[in-house]
Design a protein around this ligand. Sequence first.
Ligand code: PXP
Length: 243
Amino acid sequence: MIRLLVNIDHVATLRNARGEGYPVPTEAARVCEGAGADGIVFHLRGDRRHIRDEDLPELKSVVKGRLDFEMAATDEMIGLCCELKPDLATLVPEGREELTTEGGLNMRPLVKDYHSRIVPALKVAGIEVSLFLDPVEEDIRLSAEVGADAVELHTGRYANLFRVGDRDGASTELNRLADAADLAHSLGLKVHAGHGLNTENLGEFLDRVPYLQEVSIGHALISDALFYGLEETVRRYLAVLRG
Ligand code: PXP
């Protein structure tokens, strides 16, 4: 069964727009898990544009399923993560000007630091480590070399091609994602995926990409919740995931 982890960053974005303390991200987490989600993801960015430090202890105490701390591998974030001890840390590249995480990690220049310092620091704290990657063979092989437990395949390109109706392009990208999942699995890595997934594009993705254990979905799900309610929306995503 593929797990649904809901990214609640944009509940915090809405809260921060007025600074009056609502909507409360942990309340959203509670509703998502109540509706059957298997866990919660948050991305603590360097600029704190959505989730903020003060949200962390509350998320840790409220979330009953898997808690995924998405972050750039800075010393500050590694320290906060080791203190919080979520189930999973998903390491992503982070650009100050980007609207959202734009691409996967380019592993080659990171190998030494990830192998000797970053991945061991998280694993010693008992935290599973996942690396956010484009479906690129070298990046997947290097993720296994640095000792990661999982890779999260970046589905943004597939989602964009699907959205503009480029069926051939989307299909080619699904082949790349499927090959990447195959390779990751053969190297002993768990396979996660996320970015731009929604109820429209998820079904075909699931049909084509093997070995998936977990998907991380935020923007589209929180947007759908404006119209259908959060509980009902989580159920709709679970219905697609669970057939
Ligand atoms: N996975 C990672 C690593 C991400 O950076 C994001 C975006 O924050 C997501 C999943 C979720 O993407 P989306 O909000 O488009 O569903």
